[in-house]
Design a protein around this ligand. Sequence first.
Ligand code: UDP
Length: 237
Amino acid sequence: MSLKYETVLLKISGEALKGDSEIYDEAALEGVGKQIVSLAKEGLRIGIVVGGGNIWRGKMGQAMKMPQIDADYMGMLATMMNALALETTISRLGYTKVVVYSALETRNISDPYSYREARAKLSAGYIVIFAAGTGYSYFTTDTGAAIRAIEIGADALMMAKNGVAGVYDSDPKLNPNAKIYKKLTHKDITDRDLRVMDLTAATLARDGKLKIEVFDMQGPNNIVKVMHNELPSTIIE
Ligand code: UDP
């Protein structure tokens, strides 16, 4: 089956790279990398935003009585590490057209972010990884993902979840009879505060008329499958 979209922004959490290991699981990194490479080879223009939860969470800063701003910058640096881990995995797999743009200045290891550059690289077949979220404290990588998706002109923001197939009417981990929604509107998400992403990200997606697709990335080739319409998901538009 052919690809469902031409351009996507894939948001993966830091946890997805962790597996059962402390920070990185080689097999998890390689599994994600292989799928991204195979999609790029098929011609999908693919931007990636990766979280940082496998290394650092804002809550850890609270426990250490750290000002939130500092804890947040540490979180952004954690996403930078994940971006580099993904970049090296992808090029090690033989796909060398991969670039990291950072919202924070880290010129020795990444290019400074420019949406024009990012679009040009995507058109030239590059896999583009966006690091450091928005570059501002008090935001999340989900918000960074919504902004980048709009800026690269993505057909959809693909929200990869770990073990949850989409948006449900109640928590499927607590309620075995929870019902999955196939389609929702942006208004459903913001008005009912459905936990797909934080409210800032959801509001931005609504205002930018950005289509969101929520799917479970845990499963053999699930990222590839969802891009070919072969996986259950929730679509928000
Ligand atoms: N963060 C931030 N600004 C951003 C993006 C991220 O301050 O634009 C910080 C924030 O502290 C967050 C951490 O980076 O807790 C890691 O990002 P996130 O929690 O979104 O990662 P995930 O849970 O998706 O792995």
